[in-house]
Design a protein around this ligand. Structure first.
Ligand SMILES: Cc1ncc(COP(=O)(O)O)c(C=O)c1O
Length: 392
């Protein structure tokens, strides 16, 4: 077993169907990029260019050697749930009841089901932009109404506008709140006081809370993620979305675990999801990840701390007009160019051959920013920053 990972090493993703590295022709046809060639550095998709944890790869090899990949269920033994519950206990002091876990293909799939199952057409759903763009698109796709509780921003520090949040939660038309914790893309790890206040407001006004905690394992060394479910609030109606996709860089295996203690929420969610057969490779990978990847995660987080600090130094020295604060969580840098972001995204694509995500994709408060995925080797990150620095 590898105990020391080398995240400086560059692992080619060519020829692996990588959406981030190989979808150039598709993205051009869709009008999303103008330039995408062998020299392009794509930093817009939020997956890592690091190898997966070695225990995951070893387990997959061993599973392939069993030669048959038939219909599979995680409930055939306690191994999968034991691994998951063990992880959250060790990493987050969160005791999960295995009976509360519902496995599905991804948080996006879960959000889709939750919105269809627990809200009605025309209901308002509160989100806190600038936030993961799929929140708003899923809400509107189903004929629900986006209610923006836009975050306050002061010198790059983001906080909740509680006064507005309370008013919005008190409106009986607003029935659901999609919390992003840690928040993406602004990188906030919410404090106990902030989480408690949001939970109390929602409990008081009977607003169902969906806490999207997919970035929970990827926090800076001085930060501690607090699962909303560990707050003691018996009146809070809560669904927590967790996922291995970000933490272990296995998004291609499509897995999320949705934690719902309250059976009056769990049963309708489960019925709406129906019976699905996860890939046996997914079950193998997720089990091994949650059982044996603590060392890998700790080293990934150290490396990300280094990358995010590297950006701070680089910008201060070479691009001082670009605003940036080291995010408390996640692996995206949220860069304030202070200019029309669609135009900047295009300029950086064409002139520097780098692909970033236009901050406008994150909704209100995102214009002027670029989201950059920094989960790559430091030399690639440096090359990308130098290229951008030359044309800005
Ligand atoms: C906040 C947030 N939620 C959900 C997802 C996607 O989750 P999944 O791959 O499990 O559908 C992402 C991916 O970028 C994300 O940033």
């Amino acid at each position: 077993m590898i105990e020391q990972y080398d995240f400086d090493a560059i692992v080619s993703r060519q020829g692996t169907h990588a959406a981030k590295w190989e979808a150039g022709d598709l993205l051009k046809a869709w009008g999303m990029v103008e330039r995408f060639d062998a020299d392009t550095i794509p930093l817009f998709v939020a997956d890592m260019d690091f190898p997966c944890p070695q225990p995951v790869l070893d387990a997959l090899h061993a599973r392939i050697d069993r030669k048959i990949l038939g219909y599979s269920l995680h409930q055939t033994s306690t191994e999968y749930l034991d691994a998951l519950c063990g992880w959250f206990q060790r990493q987050h002091d969160w005791t999960i009841d295995p009976a509360s876990v519902i496995q599905c293909q991804g948080v996006v799939e879960a959000l889709d089901i939750i919105i269809r199952t627990f809200t009605a057409a025309g209901d308002g759903i509160i989100i806190q932009p600038p936030v993961y763009g799929t929140f708003a698109s899923t809400i509107t796709k189903h004929g629900r109404v986006v209610v923006n509780n836009t975050l306050n921003e002061q010198d790059g520090v983001y906080t909740v506008n509680f006064e507005q949040f309370e008013q919005q939660a008190a409106d009986p038309n607003n029935t659901l709140f999609l919390l992003c914790s840690p928040h993406s893309p602004v990188g906030r790890v919410w404090t106990l006081a902030e989480l408690t206040q949001m939970a109390e407001i929602c409990a008081t006004h009977d607003v169902l809370v969906v806490s999207d905690e997919v970035h929970c394992d990827l926090t800076r060394a001085d930060q501690k993620h607090i699962p909303l479910a560990t707050l003691v609030n018996d009146d809070l109606r809560l669904i927590t979305c967790t996922s291995t996709n970000k933490t272990f860089n296995i998004a291609g295996l499509s897995c999320a675990n949705i934690i719902i203690d309250d059976p009056t929420l769990r049963n309708p969610f489960s019925s709406a999801l129906g019976i699905s057969f996860p890939s046996p490779l997914t079950l193998t990978a997720v089990t091994a990840a949650y059982q044996h990847s603590d060392v890998w995660l700790s080293q990934v987080n150290d490396y990300l701390d280094g990358n995010l600090a590297f950006i701070e130094t680089f910008l201060r020295e070479k691009m001082p007009t670009v605003g940036y604060r080291v995010p408390q969580g996640g692996y995206s840098a949220w860069l304030d160019f202070g200019r029309d972001s669609a135009e900047i995204t295009r300029h950086i694509n064409i002139k520097a051959n780098i692909i970033l995500e236009d901050g406008s994709a994150s909704g209100e408060g995102g214009a002027g920013y670029q989201r950059m995925c920094v989960a790559c080797s430091r030399s690639v990150l440096q090359e990308a920053l130098e290229r951008i620095g030359r044309i800005i």
